[in-house]
Design a protein around this ligand. Structure first.
Ligand code: HEC
Length: 143
């Protein structure tokens, strides 16, 4: 990490620290904090995704899909999910003419932070999704 960034939760700084101001270190491994800071703006605070996510936008990109059981994130192995997040949708997706709006997290998050964020996404799933995804991941685990 080149710089230390802080996510300040609570009231704006008002001259002296208040108990509601909780600084969160940039190297946190708290998947919930990471997800809400880096992913929720597109994928939704509860992983609900963007509206009408099955239809392409006018610019040819897909909207951000949900991560909850209504989407297909749980159909993918840990290794593939990791590559999508680290390298971005353009690199991980494929084919000529494919345009992805999913940014690469490589320069923002460490490998451990990416794993922590993906583990948090799994809390949106039920036991059936978790079980199925765990068995798919056996063939393509996290790096
Ligand atoms: C600027 C909006 C944006 C942000 C921020 C973003 N994503 Fe995405 N994400 C997308 C889009 C759009 C797609 C659809 C992929 C495509 O078309 O390539 C996607 C796809 C994905 C997928 C594949 C999902 C699936 O069901 O196949 C995963 C996993 C994912 N994102 C995780 C994350 C994580 C984790 C973060 C935070 C570190 C994040 N995304 C941040 C827009 C975003």
């Amino acid at each position: 990490m080149a710089a230390v960034a802080w996510v300040i939760v609570g009231a704006p700084f008002s001259g002296r620290p208040t108990p509601t101001t909780t600084p969160v270190a940039a190297d946190t491994l708290d998947g919930k904090v990471l997800y809400q800071a880096h992913c929720a703006s597109c994928h939704g605070t509860r992983g609900e995704g963007q509206a009408d996510w099955k239809n392409k936008k006018p610019d040819g990109t897909n909207p951000a899909p949900p991560h909850d059981p209504s989407g297909h994130t749980w159909h993918h192995a840990d290794g593939l999910l990791f590559r999508i997040v680290r390298d971005g949708g353009q690199a991980a997706g494929g084919g000529a003419g494919f345009k992805s709006a999913m940014p690469a997290a490589r320069d923002t998050l460490s490998d451990a932070q990416i794993r922590a964020t993906l583990e948090y996404i799994k809390t949106f799933w039920g036991p059936a999704e978790r079980k199925s995804q765990a068995s798919i991941s056996a063939g393509d685990p996290y790096p």
